[in-house]
Write a protein that binds this ligand. Structure first.
Ligand code: URA
Length: 464
């Protein structure tokens, strides 16, 4: 007998999970389930409704963490089959608990593709949505119109809450609207483009934000326009700025960074968490494909010292944390010898995905290329903008390239204060700890290690 599982909305993950659990416990085959969204009356031939309060069986259901992560994203896709596909995978996982690791399996692959398209849409909404200001008796209200490709609006609400917590705003979409009054988030009906105001002064906030992160020396107009799909261009005040920014091509005052912080609502913790979540879906260069995950920076938001490494290695890729493998052990020892507490540093990498060459079962580190470093610089700049460390230390050539936007000879520039481009703060250069691991000669290794410790000490002293 077929069963009908009713879901409240097209993005109703909790409803799907409860129904799927109840069905799977009763071993209902996937082809006997009809997934129905909303209260459209069931058709005459629809089967019995799924009761969610089925008592738990003795044997528990296997629901691996990786499946939940996949399902949370894939369910937001507009593909009508997504609920059934996910339920089929859940049933197969009962006999094959490691199935989500089999990326060649057609069902896993299909769901991963759906999840990827959803993550990309989430990123686009965060990057390309623009608010316009509407005067109101209670003060300004900021209103944005956005047309997502998938059911991502509710899933993205927390991001906008964090980033614009201090503003009163509404986001209007063809599926629903969200309204934040500074205290509570409310959901409203679908809207049309005509409901949203046209261009207005709030664009200045965005222009200031954009100008502060804009580095004319690095602009690649083609790449930039490729990143911003055409359908969003008319919505974006800063596209009007681009020619002027390119023409003036000059360093900007660090005071502009204040504007960027204002655009985060002054909530550095929230802005950082939102940035980390956004980076988790990064597809700016192809390195994300074979890597396990984005390895984002970690450490206190108010750290005075930021260390920038090259890229995660094998162990970091698996752990999702920077500098936890062999190079991390050298770094930890050197920090200890320099009298620096790692817990007080913010540590990140110039490139956030592990680049490797497979060799049998091993993954061998491969140096990132300049386009990969440049693509990832976006994240490092945003991290620096939110944290505003007093000193940023580049560990090795890749980090130096990322921070300075050009190739640096480490031996010539190491161990002294250097201004970072665009008046964006103070920099310091030293070697990468893995350089020390590659030195065979013991005496030379000891000597280089002592220089590394001395560089780290110098950095700490420079801001003491
Ligand atoms: N090397 C790096 O540069 N970063 C890490 O996180 C680990 C090794």
């Amino acid at each position: 007998m077929t069963r009908t599982a009713h879901l409240a909305t097209p993005d109703d993950f909790d409803g799907w999970r409860d129904a799927a659990r109840a069905l799977a416990i009763q071993s209902v085959p996937p082809d006997q389930v009809i997934w129905q969204v909303g209260d459209t009356p069931g058709d005459l031939f629809a089967g019995e409704a799924v009761a969610h309060d089925v008592p738990p069986p003795a044997a528990t259901l296997r629901v691996p963490r990786a499946f939940i992560d996949l399902a949370r994203n894939a369910i937001l896709h507009t593909e009508p089959e997504r609920f059934a596909l996910l339920y089929t995978l859940l049933m197969r996982l009962q006999d094959q608990p490691r199935l989500t690791d089999d990326h060649a399996d057609p069902l896993v692959r299909r769901l991963e593709l759906l999840a990827k398209e959803v993550r990309r849409d989430i990123h686009k909404m965060r990057a390309f949505l623009r608010f316009r200001e509407l005067p109101s008796p209670q003060g300004p209200r900021f209103v944005a119109w956005f047309e997502p490709a998938h059911h991502i609006v509710r899933a993205n609400a927390a991001f906008f809450l964090n980033r614009f917590a201090s503003l009163r705003w509404s986001i209007l979409t063809p599926e629903l609207s969200l309204h934040w009054d500074g205290e509570a988030l409310q959901e409203g009906p679908p809207a049309t483009r005509a409901d949203a105001p046209e261009g207005d002064p709030v664009e200045d906030v965005w222009k200031a934000y954009y100008a502060s992160i804009f580095n004319p020396a690095r602009v690649k107009v083609g790449a930039m326009l490729k990143e911003m799909p055409r359908k969003y261009w008319h919505n974006m005040p800063e596209t009007a700025l681009v020619p002027g920014l390119i023409a003036t091509a000059q360093a900007r005052e660090s005071g502009m960074i204040e504007a960027a912080r204002m655009a985060t609502g002054g909530n550095a913790e929230g802005a950082w968490a939102a940035l980390r979540d956004e980076a988790a879906a990064c597809t700016r260069c192809p390195l994300y494909k074979p890597a396990t995950q984005t390895v984002f920076g970690e450490g206190p938001i108010d750290a005075a010292l930021m260390l920038v490494g090259e890229q995660p290695g094998d162990q970091e890729d698996l752990a999702g944390r920077p500098f936890v493998g062999p190079a991390g052990q050298v770094l930890d020892r050197a920090l200890g010898d320099a009298g620096i507490d790692r817990a007080r540093l913010y540590i990140t990498n110039a490139v956030k995905h592990f680049k490797f060459v497979p060799r049998g079962p091993r993954r061998i580190h491969d140096k990132p290329d300049v386009p990969e470093i440049d693509a990832c610089r976006w994240w490092v700049e945003q991290e620096r903008m939110i944290l505003r460390p007093r000193l940023t230390v580049a560990l090795g050539a890749t980090a130096a390239r990322s921070l300075f936007g050009r190739t640096i000879t480490i031996s010539r520039e190491r161990g002294r204060l250097i201004d970072l481009p665009d008046n964006s703060g103070a920099g310091w250069i030293t070697v990468h700890p893995s350089f020390l691991l590659r030195i065979d000669d013991k005496a030379r290794a000891d000597e280089e290690y002592a220089r590394f410790v001395s560089d780290l000490k110098g950095a700490a002293t420079a801001i003491a």
